[in-house]
Ligand binder design. Structure first.
Ligand code: FRU
Length: 497
């Protein structure tokens, strides 16, 4: 198929035009990464939900393809996943040419059920199964099926995680042929419950790469009630025995009153694991069919709080983008807790780069860079109280500020509202495990003339903050506040290829 176009922004996927939300059906097949996504083929609002499609060979440069699965008069095509049906369990492909099978939510007024579509041409043309729906509980908010192959050492079977969104429950079903599903168990309500649960995912990962210490990670998106306000995604580390998921450190069961009124304190929310402490990382799920121990997540870089009101360009009518693909791993921290770590997958060997500056001993760095940059900062606190990076700071009120404070052991991101919708301005923050060390990797990309994105990976990717920001002049000033930084280094690299 001819490529439709290679997209801008430079580092992130965004469709050429129209509305996009969640990533769907992430799958690696025949050397290609496929990204499907919630898409309105006809407009810039959340309507006519269908699956858009893009492909990439390197997770960095995306080619937008024709939409894959279109809504019809019966139902919208809500979020879901794709698996490669090796073994032809569904009968839609052959042993030599396995079908790609999509499980998605067919959403109609008052009714949501799981439906199937398949592709025998490598993920471009899709046929809706004539026996749809394949899993219907007769409820109104049962959605977002994520399917994976569970290998129990025998033949294995398919497992689907999906949510009863309003009940804050994840349901686990199993199938031998992807068409007939039986209930295994459920998880929740538990932990963060200040909104509906959406877009679950679950996968195994080895702690510190040790194959004898494999844990299962359950991801649950929550809207509203996220750690930065509005939409957010939490994770739970535990075990899955093929039937039931058990959290290593169980999250408390909410009272009925809490389920009804939904508000949880910041202190309580900080006890849980969060994929991202910033406001704009939602509905993230991982790729199917990567090699063992390779787990890569992509999320929607937006927040339902204001998603429909983010400014668009006149020429390029689209809103928001996906996050950078992030490689996930599990590490044991100093307290013995198991934590998720994330690294942007970007292969910096590939693009041509230019060094724009460096910083030593608490001086200030000012650099002018282009639309797409990576900034790395590392230092030790000498007698400084905090360190601040100001981005596009002509006036104080309009600066985006990243600040790490030693006494409170927190990292913080402030963004101004400059031209952005109500509910946008504000500050998000994360607690840090190591108070005296500064270690940041920041990726900034222009999404359109008015909006950029910023992804901050701190503490070796154990703390991530993602935020849309008003497009700025891309001037960076790094300053030690109240004293000196030791062994301070910074570099700004323009991403160009
Ligand atoms: C999450 C979500 C999903 C749903 C989809 C509809 O952002 O609400 O639960 O399937 O978006 O577009």
């Amino acid at each position: 198929l001819p490529p439709v176009r290679t997209t801008s922004p430079r580092m992130h996927f965004a469709p050429r035009n129209n509305w996009m939300n969640d990533p769907n059906g992430l799958v690696f097949h025949d050397g290609l990464y496929h990204l499907y996504f919630q898409y309105n083929p006809q407009g810039i609002e959340h309507a006519n939900l269908s699956w858009g499609h893009a492909t990439s060979t390197d997770l960095l440069r995306w080619t937008e393809r024709d939409p894959a699965i279109l809504c019809d008069d019966d139902a919208q095509i809500y979020s879901g996943s794709v698996v490669v049906d090796h073994g032809n369990t569904s009968g839609f492909g052959t042993d030599e040419n396995p079908a790609l099978v999509a499980l998605y939510t067919a959403a109609a007024a008052g009714r949501q059920a799981q439906a199937l579509a398949y592709s025998t041409d490598g993920g471009y043309a899709w046929t809706k199964y004539d026996g749809n729906p394949v899993l219907d509980r007769g409820t109104s908010d049962f959605r977002d099926p994520k399917v994976f192959r569970y290998d129990d050492g025998g033949d294995g079977y398919w497992v689907m995680v999906a949510v009863e969104a309003e009940d804050r429950q994840v349901l686990f079903h199993r199938s031998d042929d992807l068409k007939t599903w039986t209930l295994l168990s459920s998880y929740g309500p538990a932990g963060p419950v200040g909104g509906v649960w959406e877009c679950p995912d679950m996968f195994p990962l080895a702690v510190d790469g040790d194959d004898d210490d494999v844990r299962w990670v359950l991801l649950i998106s929550l809207n509203p009630g996220g750690i930065a306000g509005g939409s957010g995604t939490h994770y739970i580390v535990g075990d899955f025995d093929g039937t039931t998921f058990r959290a290593s450190v169980p999250h408390p069961t909410p009272t009925r009153a809490l389920l009804r009124d939904g508000s949880q304190s910041r202190d309580e929310l900080e006890r849980y694991g969060w994929i991202d402490f910033g406001p704009d990382c939602y509905a993230g799920v991982t790729f199917d069919s990567l090699s063992r121990n390779e787990r890569t997540l992509i999320a929607w870089m937006d927040n339902w709080k204001y998603a429909g009101r983010i400014p668009t360009d006149d020429s390029d009518e689209h809103r928001s983008a996906m996050t950078l693909p992030r490689r996930l791993s599990l590490v044991r921290d100093r307290d013995g807790d198991v934590r998720l770590r994330q690294h942007p997958v970007m292969d910096l060997e590939a693009p041509e780069t230019s060094d724009l500056g460096s910083l030593t001993e608490g001086a200030a760095l000012v650099a002018d860079a282009s639309d797409a940059v990576r900034i790395r900062v590392s230092a030790l606190f000498g007698d400084a109280q905090s360190v601040e990076l100001r981005i596009g700071s002509e006036t104080d009120a309009d600066a985006v500020v990243i600040r790490q404070d030693r006494a409170s052991a927190r990292i913080e991101l402030d963004r101004p509202d400059a031209g952005m919708p109500e509910g946008f301005r504000g500050s998000s923050s994360a607690p840090l495990a190591r108070a005296d060390e500064i270690e940041w990797e920041i990726l900034i990309d222009a999404l359109n003339e008015q909006v950029s994105s910023l992804e901050l990976f701190a503490e070796h990717g154990e703390r991530v903050l993602t935020a849309l920001i008003p497009a700025s002049s891309c001037t960076f000033a790094l300053a030690a506040v109240g004293g000196r930084l030791l062994q301070a280094r910074a570099d700004v690299v323009e991403m160009r290829w």
